[in-house]
Design a protein around this ligand. Sequence first.
Ligand code: CA
Length: 241
Amino acid sequence: MELAVHGVTHQGLVRPANEDHFVCGARVLAVGDGLGGHVAGDVASRLALEPVAALDTPEATCAELVSALPDAVRAGNEAVLADATANPARRGMGTTVTAAVVCDGNVHLAHVGDSRAYRLRPGEGLRQLTMDHTPVGEAVRAGLLDPEEAAGHPSGSVLSRAIGLEPDVEIDVLEPVPLEPGDRLLLCSDGLTAVVADAGIARLLADADGPVQACEALVDATLAAGAPDNVTVVVAVAAGG
Ligand code: CA
């Protein structure tokens, strides 16, 4: 399967720095949304994504990539923790990681935090593939809160799990999700989803000619909504058979 990919990160209009990073390789995609303030969040998301980016070599088989993905996220966790331990100024920094391997017609996801993955399938619509690791997200999962109530929840950005805070982080490794020609895969930080509703994301993804246009449209919509946070989007469009 041919995959066209593109990624964009933008500081937004309010935050003093951009603490998001992304990976946009031939078969490996990822978003990290750093937390910790000053420059610490920026360091956390960069360090966490390095082992994930390193997976994407032409030699690696699909099976090797898929089995190595959770280990790469775990290695990122260790790297952030080690750096924070060695540098007191960065103690307590952390990051989300949502990472995808796309091969053999499937999306394989590993994630921690509230950076999301979505699949848009023409005729079927937008499906969120990840579950936010936030108290609000856990409440939705447990059936205690409606998704509509969760969307505008004031504590929606508090994380219940993050990379870089504990040696034994629980990583969600999801069942493979099929990707067919015409499907669009989106990974994004909450700077997008906090201000652009799913219906808007679906429309912008569907209307775009390709991943470059999709990323530009999603970032433009975030900026038009005031962009209170850093925003990062990585889009893959499956083509061919
Ligand atoms: Ca964010």
